[in-house]
Design a protein around this ligand. Structure first.
Ligand code: F3S
Length: 389
């Protein structure tokens, strides 16, 4: 990979040991994937935050680093609500280690908003055509597909390296040639809300790491696009998709070689295969809830009391911006949790079955938390929390 004089100097350690180590990570990645050079990034989103996932070794690795990030950088969800962890049943030991992880990132200049939806709280992190180094798979999918930016799905170390250097190797989804649609997915059904999570759950399992382009009867809004991309990134490893007449368009000359036809029956089968019955807990907000999703949940819970644990996960900035919505939701006995989610927190592991409205959570909870998952619409999830089903 071609390196500029300054990049070579960093490699030789002339700008300190941390930058040298970070450059080694980027160069190794670039060499593996045949990158021609490094490209400056506008922002970085860093996974590897939950102590559940990184453990003591990860904490030590981050704590050893010195310096400041070169570009705006933000964190993925942590293993707990950084303020209300006791209410989640998190142990003192875990909380202590988790706080050290977040503090270590903070010392490097990373903004300690722990969310998988940075695009819901900051406009300045990504725009069309921008090169990024984001980690969390649903955020990567949203950035590539809905915003029209360009990012690979970075691991924690490579994202942190990109943050400290301000660059990433130019390969994969940064290049037009890898942004061509591979599958046309035609859906003959009217879809809304969690149907898009079900659709993503199905399609991700089929296209794997392909680039689907959807032909839909009902055009999704931003929350539905978020749910669709998140589910495909979890049941498969889709990092980029298109929706005709909704998202930015593919590069010129794109012609998918495969075709997939789906209808209502196949979407309904996802709900039927994973019923919510018997769930002890209901968790919403995967990816983190937007204002309009909080609004919807608040309306469904108005003047009612939950009979089961109900978690609503969102970014702290969103919760702080809309305290009235948080209060309306929590009046029912539900908990609005910030900085974390049902998948990355060890708090989920004490339950046997969890009901979700997210195709991504449906794909991840059994394997990553050892918890059975049931799937339903937001309305069905609220009904379950209210003890109606
Ligand atoms: Fe976000 Fe956690 Fe889901 S990181 S996409 S809420 S698994």
């Amino acid at each position: 990979m071609y390196l500029s004089r300054e990049e070579e100097a960093i490699c030789r350690g002339e700008h300190g040991e941390t930058l040298q180590r970070m450059m080694e990570i980027l160069v190794a990645l670039g060499d593996i994937y045949g990158a021609e050079r490094l490209v400056p990034v506008r922002s970085v989103q860093i996974a590897g935050v939950s102590f559940k996932n990184i453990g003591d070794a990860g904490l030590e690795w981050i704590s050893d680093l010195r310096g400041r990030v070169a570009v705006p950088s933000i964190l993925n969800p942590a293993g707990m609500d950084l303020c209300r962890w006791k209410e989640m049943g998190i142990s003192e030991d875990f909380a202590c280690q988790q706080k050290k992880v977040v503090e270590a990132y903070g010392r490097l200049g990373v903004t300690v908003d722990c969310t998988c939806t940075p695009y819901q709280i900051y406009d300045r992190l990504a725009g069309p055509g921008d090169h990024l180094a984001w980690s969390e798979s649903s955020a990567v999918s949203y950035a590539n597909s809905v915003i029209g930016a360009r990012t690979n799905r970075e691991g924690g170390p490579s994202a942190l390296a990109a943050a400290l250097i301000g660059k990433t190797p130019l390969y994969g989804y940064h290049l037009d040639e890898n942004r061509m649609p591979t599958h046309l997915v035609a859906v003959d059904a009217d879809l809304k809300g969690s149907d898009f999570g079900a659709l993503g759950f199905l399609v991700g399992g089929i296209v794997k790491d392909g680039v689907p382009i959807f032909r839909l009867r009902s055009l999704p809004d931003s929350d539905e696009l978020k749910a669709l991309g998140a589910a495909m990134a979890a049941s498969g490893s889709v990092a980029l998709y298109y929706v005709e007449n909704v998202t930015p368009t593919p590069p010129a000359g794109a012609r998918p070689s495969e075709r997939l036809d789906l209808d209502r029956k196949e979407i309904d089968e996802v709900y039927e295969k994973y019923p919510g019955i018997g769930a002890e807990i209901v968790a919403l907000g995967c990816p983190h809830c937007s204002r309009s999703e909080l609004e919807r949940i608040a309306s469904l819970l108005e003047d009612k009391k939950v009979q089961k644990e109900l978690w609503v996960c969102t970014a702290r900035k969103i919760a702080e911006k809309y305290p009235d919505l948080v209060a309306r939701i929590e009046k029912s006995g539900a908990k609005v949790l910030c900085d974390t989610c049902m998948v990355v927190s060890p708090a989920s592991e004490r339950y046997k079955k969890m009901m979700v409205n997210s195709g991504k959570a449906l794909a991840y909870i059994p394997g990553l938390c050892g918890v059975e998952a049931g799937f339903g619409s937001t309305e069905e999830c609220i009904d379950a929390a209210l003890g109606r089903i």
